[in-house]
Design a protein around this ligand. Structure first.
Ligand code: HEM
Length: 176
């Protein structure tokens, strides 16, 4: 079942959700390793993965927005959540989209403005520039912290449903 039903998410939404989660974990880890790294060649190697995966996740998020807008409809709220919890969950979901798109845009901005794109992908001679000298670096760092805060709220709510309310909510975001 590709589309969602009133009771659960469809296969497309489930796949995009878990793929996004996996890729964001990889981006947060590789990004944190790069932050403050002195070895330019090692940082360039990480960027060779970090940058395309970051672009991919931006595209995946645009696809996700389009998918919900044109093709699919979210399942109904579960009976165990109150109105404010539903609103909070929706707010977190929207903020995820905003932060992901902002991270992708600021990442691309850093690479283009600093000329690092040509060093990492175009064979231009290094070393890498100091990204701190370029305006998109600050929002990229703030976005990373916001992303972690959203993940804590989002995963915390899912675990609360699973272990305290025991309402099986997590299985709505799986294939069976
Ligand atoms: C959702 C997408 C992305 C996430 C979650 C992410 C995550 C991160 C994180 C956590 C950092 C370290 C920030 C800090 O600790 O202050 C970082 C740094 C960086 N990211 Fe991303 N990133 C994303 C997309 C991108 C894209 C699309 C590009 C390039 C096309 C990119 C290029 C960079 C660069 C150049 C740095 C700076 C490294 C430095 O300052 O030495 N990122 N990223």
């Amino acid at each position: 079942m590709q589309k969602s039903t009133p009771k659960k998410y469809g296969a497309v939404a489930v796949t995009v959700h878990w793929l996004t989660a996996l890729l964001i974990a990889g981006l947060l880890i590789s990004g944190n390793r790069m932050d403050g790294m002195a070895d330019s060649a090692a940082k360039a190697q990480l960027l060779m993965i970090h940058a395309p995966v970051g672009v991919l996740i931006g595209l995946l998020t645009l696809f996700r927005i389009f998918w919900w807008w044109r093709f699919d409809r979210k399942p109904e709220p579960v009976g165990t959540t109150s109105a404010w919890q539903e609103r909070a969950a929706q707010g977190v979901h929207v903020l995820f989209y905003v932060v992901i798109l902002g991270m992708a845009a600021s990442g691309i901005g850093m690479m283009v403005l600093s000329g690092a794109g040509e060093i990492v992908f175009g064979g231009a001679p290094g070393p890498l520039p100091d990204f701190g000298n370029y305006a998109p670096r600050a929002p990229h760092g703030i976005g990373a912290k916001a992303m972690v805060a959203l993940l804590v709220l989002h995963a915390g709510a899912a675990l609360y449903h699973h272990f305290f309310l025991k309402d099986g909510l997590i299985w709505r975001m799986w294939y069976r």
